[in-house]
Design a binder for this molecule. Structure first.
Ligand SMILES: [Zn+2]
Length: 344
C-alpha cells in the first residue's frame, strides 16, 4: 500500500510500504477514505532530524473497516468510522473518566509500531475502544466535518471546555489555524457572548467571522494584550483558548486572562516553562489542557455535525490526492492553505 513517510525536515515522500495487517486480535484495519495534514505535523516538517527509516505520518482519518481481529466485538467490517488521533482501550479508569489520551494501553498513530493515517490503510489497535462507527459516514457532504472529529474539532472543543467557556462570557482564541477556528465554533456553541480571535491571515479571519468571532486582533505581543483589554472593559477575558503552543502565545494568553479565568492549551508546548508565573498566581488563573480526548467528544459533537448546526469541515480549503501530500505540507507550512484534506 502507499503511505506518507517523512525522512527529515521538509522531506516528505509517498512510498510503497507493507500492507497494514491485523497484528493483535483487538486490531482493525481501516481503509482510509479521507485523511488530512495537521498543524502539529508542521513541527517535524520544520525540525525533524534526518532519520534512515523515516517516520510514518498522519493521525486524522475517517474510513471504512476492512478487517477485524478475532476479539473485536463492537466494530464490524463495512462500518464507516471516525479514527481519533489516539487509540485507547475504552475500559481503563482514564477511558471511563473520558480522558482517552491518557489510556493506560493507549498511544498515538504514527508512533512506534503503529502506522500513520496519511496512507491508503491503517492498523487501528484496540479497535473497539478507539473507533467510532458513524451513521451517514459515507455521505460525501458530511465527510469533511466528520473528519474534523478525529482531531481539530474535538481539540478546539477541548480548549473551550478546559477554558470553561460558558453562556454570556468573554472568550479569546489565540491562533487562526484549523484548531483555533474550530475553537471559535466550540466557544460559540457553548454560549460565549464575545469571541475574540487573535490571528493575522485574511482568509482565516473571514472564516473566523463566519464561525462566530465577534472581534479580531491582528497585532501581536504587548499590543495584542492591550487591544484585548480595551475590548473587554479593561479586565481581559474569562476564557482563553491557546491553540498555538509557543512561549509567546502563552505569554499573551496570560496577559489577556482576567483574574479567576482559565486558559485551555491545546497547542503542543514548545517551551520549557509556562511564562508569567507571578501574574498567573496573583490573578488566580488556571492553566490546563493537553492532548484532547476527542474520542470522548464525538458523542457530544456528532449530532450537531449530522444536523448541520456546526460545519467544522469548512476549515479544509484544499483537497488533494495522496500524491499531493508533499506539496500539501509545503502549502500549509507557507500558510497558503488553512488545512489540507487528502481524498482517496
Ligand atoms: Zn483506556
Amino acid at each position: 500500500m502507499r503511505a506518507t513517510v517523512m525522512y527529515k525536515a521538509g522531506d516528505v515522500r509517498i512510498e510503497n510500504v507493507p500492507d497494514a495487517t491485523i497484528v493483535n486480535p483487538t486490531d482493525a484495519i481501516v481503509r482510509v477514505t479521507r485523511a488530512c495534514i495537521c498543524g502539529s505535523d508542521l513541527w517535524p516538517y520544520k525540525d525533524l532530524p534526518p532519520t534512515e527509516s523515516g517516520r510514518p505520518m498522519g493521525h486524522e482519518a475517517i474510513g471504512v473497516v476492512e478487517a477485524v481481529g478475532r476479539e473485536v466485538r463492537r466494530v464490524k467490517v463495512g462500518d464507516p468510522v471516525v479514527m481519533p488521533f489516539a487509540y485507547s482501550d475504552g475500559v481503563c479508569e482514564f477511558c471511563h473518566a473520558g480522558l482517552q489520551t491518557a489510556c493506560v494501553h493507549g498511544g498515538f498513530f504514527g508512533i512506534g509500531k503503529v502506522g500513520g493515517a496519511q496512507a491508503e490503510a491503517v492498523r487501528v489497535p484496540l479497535a473497539d475502544g478507539t473507533l467510532y462507527p458513524v451513521p451517514h459516514g459515507n455521505d460525501e457532504e458530511l465527510m469533511p466535518s466528520l473528519l474534523t472529529l478525529s482531531d481539530v474539532m474535538g481539540t478546539g472543543h477541548h480548549a473551550a471546555v478546559v477554558a470553561r467557556v460558558d453562556r454570556g462570557k468573554k472568550a479569546a482564541i489565540i491562533g487562526d489555524g484549523a484548531v483555533g477556528l474550530c475553537g471559535i465554533i466550540a466557544a460559540k456553541r457553548l454560549g460565549a457572548e464575545q469571541i475574540i480571535l487573535l490571528g493575522r491571515h485574511p482568509d482565516r479571519i473571514a472564516l473566523a467571522r463566519e464561525f462566530g468571532a465577534t472581534d479580531i486582533v491582528s497585532v501581536r505581543g504587548e499590543e495584542a494584550v492591550e487591544r484585548v483589554r480595551e475590548l473587554t472593559g479593561g479586565f481581559g477575558v474569562h476564557s482563553v483558548l491557546e491553540c498555538v503552543g509557543t512561549g509567546e502565545a502563552m505569554q499573551t494568553a496570560i496577559g489577556i486572562a482576567r483574574p479567576g479565568s482559565a486558559i485551555g492549551r491545546v497547542g503542543v508546548p514548545h517551551y520549557d516553562a509556562i511564562p508569567q508565573a507571578q501574574p498567573m498566581f496573583f490573578g488566580n488563573i488556571v492553566v490546563g489542557g493537553g492532548p484532547a480526548p476527542v474520542r470522548a467528544y464525538i458523542e457530544e459533537l456528532l449530532p450537531d455535525v449530522l444536523e448541520g448546526h456546526i460545519e467544522p469541515g469548512r476549515v479544509f480549503d484544499r483537497v488533494i490526492g495522496l500524491d499531493g501530500v508533499p506539496d500539501g505540507y509545503r502549502a500549509m507550512n507557507e500558510r497558503e492553505a488553512i488545512k489540507v484534506m487528502i481524498k482517496f
